[in-house]
Design a protein around this ligand. Sequence first.
Ligand code: S3P
Length: 447
Amino acid sequence: MATASTGNKHAATALTSRKVKGLQGDVTVPGDKSISHRALILGGLAVGETAIEGLLEGEDVINTARVMEQFGATVIREGEGRWRVQGVGVGGLAEPRNFLDFGNSGTGARLIMGLAATHPVTSFFTGDPSLRRRPMARVAKPLQEMGAQFVTRQGGLLPLAVIGADQPMPITYRLPVPSAQVKSAILLAGLNTPGRTTVIEPEATRDHSERMLRHFGAEITVTDTPEGRVIALEGQPELTAQHVAVPADPSSAAFSVVAALITPGSHVTIRNVGLNPLRTGLFDTLVEMGGDIAIVDPRDMGGEPVGDLVVRHSALRGVDVPPERAPSMIDEYPILAIAAACAEGETRMTGLAELRVKESDRLAVMATGLRACGVQVEEQADGMTVTGGRIKGGATIATHLDHRIAMSFLVLGMVADEPVTVDDGAVIETSFPGFAALMNRLGAEIA
Ligand code: S3P
């Protein structure tokens, strides 16, 4: 695979962000991480050659590309964001000859656990220290019901071995946690399972897997019922290679959006941002806070809604964020907490127990970092209340191998009286290569 050096591991490098006057300009942030993983996985499983454009070339996605190669797919990088994948066909995964390293990526590991679970191969999964702390039993449990076997560390942690089922059985599974990763793992396992695999989600989560499965020719239905969304997939379809255009990641755009809202004098345009309604909870919340965010030229891009965002500096007010909004902005609470620190009054965020099992314990890490910068924060078991005010800054933040923590505090540094440093800026490479350069082009001073 010609991946250049995009998948390399980096040594931790501190980055410092200082106060600036205002952000101006027009940018495009990298491709959507969730969609990029899925494009490589389904491309690797389809018959024929899938062409992908706009693929996120962050470490998480590169690791998924390498893993799909180990399962027998051919993955070729043709140019910036342009990749070709020659798939093996549903049921055609080869047994990997070595362990599979997913780096920092929960999405890569959990989705591919699903894929491996219903192919008659044995594979060994591992990842970085952050991923090795994250719960995998939530995925292993339904996959065991489908016939796979798992050997994990105590507590269901990586490294783990998946012994794929010889004769997989379809299940109907009600998600106990609102997780698109668990849903997607079961659906991917359902691909090589005869009969109908059904997932019931009481709270809707991002539906990129459903959209893309349909795009590749799978028979999949989604029905809204009083119990929640019922997603049913017919097993053993022939997936056919497709063209996939990946929109810019709204979770990455979030950092430029909040930076522009809180930095006086800012006026920024962010192009081609994915606006799937199951991803846009942050933008809705920021608008409720008084944020001036306009969506220009809404359009469709490969089955996903996209648009350009035009954002101007705004005086923000604290709000109560409804807990049922959490699935549509689950990755955005760190950067929302930064917006809240710059808003007038209190912002209350609840229903967020899941944040404790992300790349870091995001409730604890955000609360500690914000306090170090002089912000008043109350941390609860499943939430956090942030009181806005003047930002002192002048702290070094421990990022705990969490890209979104690193980017969030670099945004806070743009409005703090004293510079804000993050101890590990290299971790940003997992999801947003070129983050500092892009922000600096808009007028930030991150070095
Ligand atoms: C993702 C789902 C979410 C999200 C993650 C990406 C996906 O995780 O936090 O960054 O691509 O399916 P959960 O499914 O654990 O909520």
